[in-house]
Design a protein around this ligand. Sequence first.
Ligand SMILES: CC(C)(COP(=O)(O)OP(=O)(O)OC[C@H]1O[C@@H](n2cnc3c(N)ncnc32)[C@H](O)[C@@H]1OP(=O)(O)O)[C@@H](O)C(=O)NCCC(=O)NCCS
Length: 144
Amino acid sequence: MLGDKTALPLLSLVAVDNTKAIGHILFTKAKITQTTKSVTARILTPLATLPDSQCKVGAQLIKEGLKQLKNAGVELVFVLGHPDYYPRSGFNPAGILGYEAPYHIPEEHAGAWMVQELCSGVIGKVQGKVQCSDVLNQPEHWRE
Ligand SMILES: CC(C)(COP(=O)(O)OP(=O)(O)OC[C@H]1O[C@@H](n2cnc3c(N)ncnc32)[C@H](O)[C@@H]1OP(=O)(O)O)[C@@H](O)C(=O)NCCC(=O)NCCS
């Protein structure tokens, strides 16, 4: 992932407890294609925390990442993940908002493809197909 130029710019954050890494989150570049307006976007993946880590490590990594991305001018962040987890951090189903995933998401998993706007008013104005980095652009990353 780190060697893929199409993933840049990326944001990689590690949560540390004393000297021990207890969580990691990565955001990589995404583009919206088949649209008339340009928009700055990222995809969140992967996110992982050590089992039994305290202090809402996952939620804190997401929050800090979104804060830094917003400050950097990023407008939209996408994620394909647990549909009961990411809405806690402000994500909403993306398909019904007009954002097609890089690979087809079966109807029964449509809620797992989510988006969050960091700049109000982008959702609704910009729609299209999301293109991810080359390294993520493999069908196995988009299946259950
Ligand atoms: C999913 C994961 C990142 C959550 O990290 P975490 O640090 O435990 O999460 P947080 O502390 O932010 O949140 C914990 C809460 O989320 C809930 N939660 C955790 N995983 C969940 C899931 N898959 N679906 C729904 N809720 C989930 C917990 O039950 C807990 O709920 P509570 O606050 O009501 O007690 C972590 O369990 C993990 O690394 N899992 C393996 C890798 C993975 O699945 N990554 C995500 C890929 S989409």
